[in-house]
Each structure stands twice: as C-alpha cells, then as structure tokens.
Ligand binder design. Structure first.
Ligand code: URP
Ligand code: ZN
Ligand code: ZN
Length: 477
C-alpha cells in the first residue's frame, strides 16, 4: 500500500494507464505526493523500486486513471429551512470511495449577503474536514458594485469561476442587467462564468398556478420547469455572454433544446461550454419524478429530470461524444427523504432541490463505455482531464504525468458495483439508483501519494484533503 504523503516511493505496475489520447501499459512511479516517472514495463528503475526501494501496487488487469474531478458539489449548503446532508467530511469520503480525488464545491452568497464573509464561512466549513483535495467556485447571489469588485480580488486569490442564477428569484436570481455586469467583470479578469440557466420568473408563475390548481405532487416540479424555459435561458445567457465578451459554462444541462443552443454557439466558435450530470443521463420525469406516492421527491433537482419520451438522453450522450458537453459533474446536493425531502409533502415547491451522487459518477459514466456510448479515453476526459483544464487545475490534477499530484484510481473494468443505501457512504437515507448493479469497480484510490481506498476499505482521514487555489481556465482564447 502506498505510504504517507511525502515519504517513500510507490510503483504501480502492470496496469494500463489511460489518458484522453490513449492507453498504454506503463508503470507509474510516485515519490511522496507526486508522480515522478512513467516507465516502460520492466525498466531498471522499476525493478529497483520493486526490489525494495518502496511500495509496489500490482495493477494487473486494471485501468490506471487520473483521479476523478467533480466540478460541481454542494456540501452543507443551506436550502430553504434545511441544509444538504453531507458535510465536507462525509461527502469527500464518499467521493473518495467513488474514485473522485478532487471536488470543486460552491461557496455561496445569497441575496443581501456580502461575498467575503460567505467565502470565509465555506473555507471554515471545509477546513480540516476533507478526505480529498478541494477548491471553490463562488456563487454570486447578489450582483452589486461590491460583489463585482470582490470578484476581481477573488480571481487573484485563486477562485476563478463564478456561478450566477437565472432561477430562484429572491434567493440567488440575477436579472439580465446584473448578469451582464457580472459577465463584463469576468471578461475583464479572465474568470469563467457558470450559469444556472432556467427562466426562474416564468417558472415561479407556472409553479404558483400549479399549486393553486392543487397540483402539488413532486412530478409538478418537472412540469413547471419546462425544457423551453431551460432553452430560453441558455440562449439568453449565451447572447449576454457574447455582448460582454465573456466565456460561459452552462451547469447541469438537461434539455435537448438547451444543448442545441450550446451546440450552435460552439459551431460559431464561441467560448461556450456545458456540463451534464449522471441523473440526466439515466433518470427521467415519468418513472422517477413521477414515481407513486411521494417517492418522486427523491428525484427533485433543478434543472429537472426530463421526459423519457423526448430526445434528451440520446442527445446528451451524443453531446458528450461531440464535446458540446465537455464535463460530467454530479451537482451533488443530497437531502434525506425523512425530515428533508418530506418538507414538501403538501407542496412540491417546498421539496429541497438536489440529488446526491458524488460517490457514483465514475461508475455511472463508465456504463457509457460499457454501452458503447463513450470510449475509455473520453470517460477519463469528461470525468477528470477536462474539469481540470476548465477550472485551472490542469498539470497538478487531471493527468498522470511527471510533476502531477499522485491522484490515481485503479479501476477494475471486470468488477461490479451495487449501488444502494446499504452500501453507499453518502449521508443519505436513500439512493436515486437503489439496487442498481453496474459493471466496473473502483479498486484503489490514491490521493497525493496516499492510498485512501484499497481492499474494500477506507484508509484516508479527514484533513488529508488540501485546499486548492486555481488558475484561469485553459479553454479561454
Ligand atoms: O437541484 C439542484 N441542482 N440543487 C443544487 C443547486 C443548484 O442549482 O445547483
Ligand atoms: Zn444550479
Ligand atoms: Zn448545483
């Protein structure tokens, strides 16, 4: 087993190292926290290490991939009267179990708050708690003169991406003028603008009308958050970003029509990027959000799950192949069914929005490889390498190469994983994928040279994870 960070060498032998550009039988030599060499199997250096210079991990039959980077999580985030159920400690431990070695969470400013104390709060929540490395985007929930100035300062401090909301009036919502001003600021300081693209004003009208009719079941969450309102907001955000000259990254894209808007912008050479999440690739409005009784509450998230009768899932997989969707993140925002989701028993508008999934992203997207939707290389790209490049971590993260942090996953393509509340490590009393058995299994997880998952056990510790400051996105031209 690899040792403590900073001490000794570890050699990973016999495995197939995967990058976005190919697969090779290569040995990986780690010294302390860092990858120091990639070696042809059986080289002198490798043999020397094997003879006793350090630890050896036999990866025969395994894929050796850069640790996953989940660029969209919400540990401990308040939502209405409740708070996401994973702490930084439980959530990052669960992430580790699933082969994710870095999260980028969201420090969150709400309407009426100042950014700086909000950021301090989130840094304090995470400090000393994380099993894996972590960074923050900043949610700008109140675009004021002060917020714009702070955005400039944060870029210098290594927080180089800002999420804005076209939804949630009164909480996070920014009007078009505010969006434009924030985008102009990003155009000036090089930051990435991340957008929650749904027309929240129109959604709230439809939601109020549904409730007034007595349509209060969870499925109405999906009915009122119509695909047209995601597409309209996506298109509007793209146009505003063009006017401002800012790059744009659409988060949690679920509707085929929104993807069309992204594809058109990219076709015209625009710096527009998009992310989707496993829930949109596998779950749907009718079977999940529309499950009998109140079960659908388990699947309330925004953007919502889309109809199985539409082209959404087919188009999302295609978007992942063509790079119109560049990243798969989880939007991990877990709430328990009891005492959290059930706040909305009488009215779907009171169900906290979010699904927990930080533990299962690598396995679930691997199913795209199993089904022939993605190549092995593309799996690595959308789960690790592109998030690193997109958010200014590449070089340290997202790659197996000399000089990079030794964040490495040994993935067993012949193993299986059973997903469910009895086996998962997230602090949730249900699983959105309960009982699903998937092909593939995370075998070993190394975080900065330390083996934190091996032999079906957790060997990490809270506080091993280090806060990462980030550079600018590599996708800016
Ligand atoms: O339902 C969701 N996605 N909850 C998390 C907050 C957000 O908008 O990403
Ligand atoms: Zn969002
Ligand atoms: Zn989110």
């Amino acid at each position: 087993m690899a040792g403590t960070p900073g001490t000794g060498t570890t050699l990973i032998t016999g495995g197939t190292v995967v990058s976005p550009t190919g697969q090779t039988l290569t040995e990986v030599l780690i010294d302390g926290e860092t990858i120091v060499a990639l070696l042809a199997p059986g080289t002198e250096l490798a043999l020397a290490a094997e003879r006793g210079a350090g630890a050896v991990i036999d990866a025969t039959g395994k894929l050796v991939v850069p640790g996953g980077i989940d660029a969209h999580t919400h540990m401990e985030v308040p939502f209405g009267v409740t708070t996401a159920s994973d702490t930084f400690e439980t959530g990052t431990r669960a992430a580790a179990w699933g082969g994710t070695t870095t999260i980028i969470d969201f420090a969150t400013q709400m309407k009426g708050q100042e950014i700086r104390p909000c950021l301090e709060t989130w840094l304090a929540k995470a400090d000393g708690q994380c099993a894996i490395d972590y960074a923050f985007h900043m949610i700008v929930g109140d675009v004021t003169e002060g917020s714009l100035k702070t955005m400039d300062a944060l870029v210098d401090e290594g927080i180089t991406s800002f999420k804005l909301f076209m939804a949630y009036p009164g909480v996070y919502y920014a009007d078009d003028g505010q969006l434009l001003r924030a985008m102009q600021t990003a155009a000036g300081n090089g930051a990435m603008i991340m957008m929650h693209a749904e027309n929240g004003i129109a959604i709230d009208v439809l939601a109020e009308q549904a409730a007034a009719r007595g349509d209060t079941a969870p499925i109405n969450h999906g009915y009122v958050r119509r695909a047209e309102l995601e597409a309209e907001a996506t298109f509007r955000a793209i146009q505003l970003a063009k006017v401002a000259g800012a790059p744009l990254y659409i988060v949690h894209l679920s509707a085929a029509e929104a993807l069309e808007a992204v594809a058109a912008a990219r076709h015209h050479g625009r710096n527009v990027f998009a992310e989707t999440c496993p829930q949109y690739l596998y779950l749907n409005l009718e079977d999940h959000l529309g499950a009998p009784g109140f079960e659908g509450a388990k699947y309330v998230c925004s953007t919502p799950l889309r109809s199985k009768h539409g082209p959404h899932q087919r188009d999302l997989w295609q978007g992942l192949r063509t790079n119109n969707l560049a990243v798969v993140a989880t939007d991990h925002c877990p709430f328990c069914f009891k005492d959290q989701k059930d706040l909305g028993l009488q009215d779907f508008r009171d169900i906290p929005n979010g699904i927990g999934g930080v533990e299962h992203r690598m396995d679930l997207i691997w199913q795209g490889v199993v089904a022939g939707e993605l190549t092995v290389e593309r799996w690595v790209e959308v789960c690790s390498t592109t998030p690193a490049r997109m958010f200014g971590l590449y070089g340290r993260k997202g790659v197996i190469a000399p000089g990079a942090d030794a964040d490495i996953v040994l993935y067993d393509p012949n193993g299986t994983t059973t997903i469910g509340v009895a086996t998962h490590h997230m602090n949730m009393d249900y699983s959105a994928y309960e009982g699903t058995v998937v092909q593939g299994r995370v075998d070993t997880v190394i975080s900065r040279g330390r083996t934190i998952i091996a032999g079906g056990a957790y060997h990490g510790r809270a506080g091993h994870g280090r806060y990462l400051t980030r550079g600018l996105s590599q996708y800016l031209t």
